[in-house]
Design a protein around this ligand. Structure first.
Ligand code: G3P
Ligand code: MG
Length: 279
């Protein structure tokens, strides 16, 4: 049985969604550092494999929104820039930070919460390796929720789980890692390869039928539904059945409190700096 949840505070845990993504570009090492600085108990990040089988932290299937791929001559002919088509070396040439200052997705650049003195560091952000995140977790004992993105239909499909598990073992951070996915076959693979690791089933839109037996069959310790499909009674029911329930994405403090009072272990938020200490 995984000891992952023993590394979290017993109540009112804040998980920084893609890092502190309203303070720094999502899924970068700066967003990770900001998450820990503002007191989040853990962070969530998205994992995908490159064309040469390296695990990196990246949310979208395409590179356009959160990198400068569209602006580089070497990338132009590869539009629309599917991450899985590029090697790690190619991805290492990308700027994964400047878009945040340009697009200001949370208004925190315009309102000065992100200070001008931070801009140079934001411009320097790259697509991180999973290894970078695991090294950080090991050094700071900082737990991480690794969301394995569904790479069905790409060459990464067969390798994603073994590559991630190899990295977790190499860094010796099995107790600091929770593996979640919308692709529940990946969770079955994790459970078969290493039943000690904590896994969580993600759900969006609706719950799987016969939820409790379904979760037991997957071997997961936690359920991660979109908070929009959750009524508090469900959290209580799952809690009583021995499952952790963690919700995403909760940006309203009152809603987060309601979910925690109902028994949620952590809530995943874009605004960890506003949630910490208030749940
Ligand atoms: O893990 C919760 C959440 O991250 C799932 O949605 O699209 O933000 O990765 P998304
Ligand atoms: Mg995610």
């Amino acid at each position: 049985m995984s000891s992952f949840f023993y590394n979290l505070p017993s109540v009112g845990c804040v998980c920084a969604h893609r890092g502190a993504r309203s303070l720094a570009p999502e899924n970068t090492l700066l967003a990770l550092a900001r998450a820990r600085e503002c007191g989040a108990a853990l962070w969530e990040t998205d994992v995908q494999l490159t064309a040469d089988g390296k695990a990196v932290l990246f949310h979208d299937r395409l590179l356009g929104r959160t990198t400068n791929a569209a602006e580089l001559d070497a990338f132009v002919s590869f539009a629309p820039w599917a991450l899985a088509d590029f090697t790690l070396e190619q991805l290492s040439r990308l700027d994964a930070g400047s878009w945040f200052l340009r697009d200001d997705p949370f208004g925190t650049v315009a309102d000065g919460v992100v200070r001008e003195t931070e801009h140079a560091e934001i411009h320097r952000q790259k697509v991180p390796l999973l290894d970078d995140a695991l090294e950080y977790s090991r050094r700071h004992r900082f737990p991480v929720n690794l969301e394995l993105k569904d790479q069905s239909g790409t060459p990464a499909e067969l390798d994603l789980v073994p590559v991630v598990l190899e990295a977790v073992a190499r860094f010796g951070v099995g107790d600091l890692v929770l593996i979640s996915s919308f692709n529940h076959d990946y969770l079955r693979q994790v459970h078969n390869l290493n039943p000690q690791l904590a896994t969580a089933a993600l759900a969006e839109g609706s719950h799987p039928e016969n939820l409790l037996p379904y979760l037991r069959g997957l071997g997961v310790v936690a359920y991660h539904p979109d908070q929009q499909i959750v009524e508090t009674g469900l959290i209580h029911e799952l809690d009583m059945a021995g499952f952790r329930v963690n919700l995403w994405t909760v940006n309203d403090v009152a809603r987060a409190r309601e979910l925690v009072v109902a028994g949620a272990t952590f809530i995943c938020t874009d605004w960890p700096q506003k949630m910490v200490g208030r749940l």
